[in-house]
Design a protein around this ligand. Sequence first.
Ligand code: FPP
Length: 247
Amino acid sequence: MAWFGRKKKPEVLSDSALPVHIGIIMDGNGRWAKKRGLPRKAGHSAGAKTFRKITRYCSDIGIKYLTVYAFSTENWKRPEDEVRSLMKLFKSYLEEALADFKDDSIVVKFIGDKAPFDEDLRNLMIENEESSKDRDGMVLNIAMNYGSRDEIVRAVKNICKDVQSGAVLPENIDEQLISDYLYTSGQPDPDLIIRPSGEYRISNFLLWQSAYTEFVIMNKLWPDFETSDLDEAIKIYSQRNRRYGGV
Ligand code: FPP
């Protein structure tokens, strides 16, 4: 990959060591707010600013795919007030920040089931996908109402339907075919997943896709996460020896 024409080149590594696809579990917003005596929604607002900064940075340094975990299928269990403020935040960011991404040619995709969101939010999600689909920059997957088990269940149901209709022959079901039925169809698996806030959990994020992903856990809470932390995560990743089950 050439760096010519890029706004920035991370000082940490050679071109070949740069991950193609990064996933981020944006965790720690609530603890960040609590530490400051603020309501949890203030943590999510601060987290949204970090999301914007890190997304732009990933695009600047030449990351091809970025998947961020914004709202899980399990997050509906949070107090009503918190869910409401998250939905408000998503709406305002889809209106403002995503319009911004136009300058960076970012392609926006939502992974997850859009159905439970209210009509305004759903329309904003669709508009953002439609208006960005012909761009040629980084693909930004925003996981909203996403759960990897739910994604796999949907894939299995759709494969069954296609087997019933004769579109798929059972003997042709292989790993590639299953990948093609996931929300991330056509995209490379993540090379690196970063989880800030020090938790050692995958939390139902990209279970199938992360079979050979390198995990980097960082002790920063997401709202405090800086571009230098991303550089550090990439540096740690570049020093790993990826063997994919071989030697
Ligand atoms: C997890 O932290 C974070 C979330 C459930 C929400 C993530 C959402 C954002 C960062 C908003 C920006 C996203 C977009 C698309 C605008 P937590 O609340 O579980 O933190 P805790 O573990 O410290 O309680």
